[in-house]
Design a protein around this ligand. Structure first.
Ligand SMILES: Nc1ncnc2c1ncn2[C@@H]1O[C@H](COP(=O)(O)OP(=O)(O)O)[C@@H](O)[C@H]1O
Ligand SMILES: [Mg+2]
Length: 269
């Protein structure tokens, strides 16, 4: 368990070291430069609007959504979206890496998964299960196969029983690996992709704000960074800012290009 002044009492058993708690204020700091692709922004806004109209939904006997699964390549903002959700809902965020929960104490995984869900039931929060596909990974060892099917069954049950003021979010890079029975229990699905021209433009604008730039750099950056993820763009841009600061220079295209070369992003598209 990570230390955090706002953290509350989470289950303190083995395996729970993999959970970290963030207050809405912590979350607000992280999401200052989030770029949400239009389709995903709409899904999120609608989801948040619905949570603000609970009585109306009860009146019409329409259940409210509370489970989101996010799928897409690394560095495209899935984890960041969980922070954004917690900030918008003003709820604490609990981040759990499911692969870590499973790998460290396989024999206790099912009971640890249940503890997390029990906690979310008793106290409103955004419960974020990262590396969600870890649940579906097949294993060679027979005991492990048995244990994993126990974990999946527990998870299905927890998903079915998930209610109250909390929101569950899960993220995976590998959509195909998710057990269909798990997948269909989510009421909301969001797909993430690498940034397109418009996304890059928006992100570069956010990154450039308040930092002195040589004229025209931001426009050229949008071209230079083509094919990189948001996470790569962030690293390259921060590197460039550092170089500019130590050189007491504005951010020039030369600096940005040098940072790009130094970082060597793996182009994914
Ligand atoms: N859509 C985005 N908008 C702004 N920053 C992003 C976005 N996606 C990723 N980043 C940045 O890249 C890094 C990794 O993002 P993360 O949300 O962990 O990606 P994922 O969970 O999809 O692998 C973070 O530091 C984050 O700030
Ligand atoms: Mg992530």
């Amino acid at each position: 368990m990570s230390k955090n002044k706002n953290s509350r009492s989470l289950p303190k058993s083995k395996g729970m070291e993999t959970a970290a708690v963030y207050s809405p204020a912590d979350c607000a700091v992280k999401v200052k430069r989030i770029v949400l692709q239009p389709g995903n922004r709409q899904i999120l806004e609608e989801f948040i609007a619905i949570l603000g109209m609970k009585e109306k939904f009860a009146e019409h006997d329409v259940p409210i959504p509370n489970k989101i699964v996010m799928f897409g390549p690394p560095g495209t903002g899935k984890t960041l979206t969980a922070f954004y959700m917690a900030q918008r809902l003003e709820l604490p965020l609990i981040v759990v890496r499911l692969d870590a929960v499973i790998n460290s104490f396989l024999g206790e995984t099912a009971s640890n998964v249940r503890k997390l869900f029990d906690y979310a039931k008793s106290s409103p929060c955004v419960l974020f299960l990262d590396e969600f596909d870890a649940i579906a990974r097949t294993r060679e060892n027979n005991d492990e196969v048995k244990e994993m099917s126990r974990v999946v069954n527990t998870l299905l049950q927890c998903l079915d029983e998930f209610e109250g003021g909390s929101v569950l979010m899960a993220a995976t890079n590998l959509e195909e690996e998710l057990d269909h029975a798990v997948w269909r229990r989510f009421d909301t699905r969001m797909t993430y992709r690498l940034p397109d021209d418009a996304d890059r433009e928006e992100y570069v604008r956010l990154m450039a704000a308040g930092f002195e730039h040589e004229k025209g750099v931001a426009e050229k950056a949008v071209d230079l960074l083509q094919g990189t993820s948001f996470a790569d763009m962030e690293q390259i841009y921060l590197k460039a800012k550092r170089k500019a600061i130590i050189a007491s220079s504005s951010l020039t295209y030369g600096i940005l290009e040098a940072s790009y070369r130094e970082y060597q992003p793996r182009k994914q598209a």
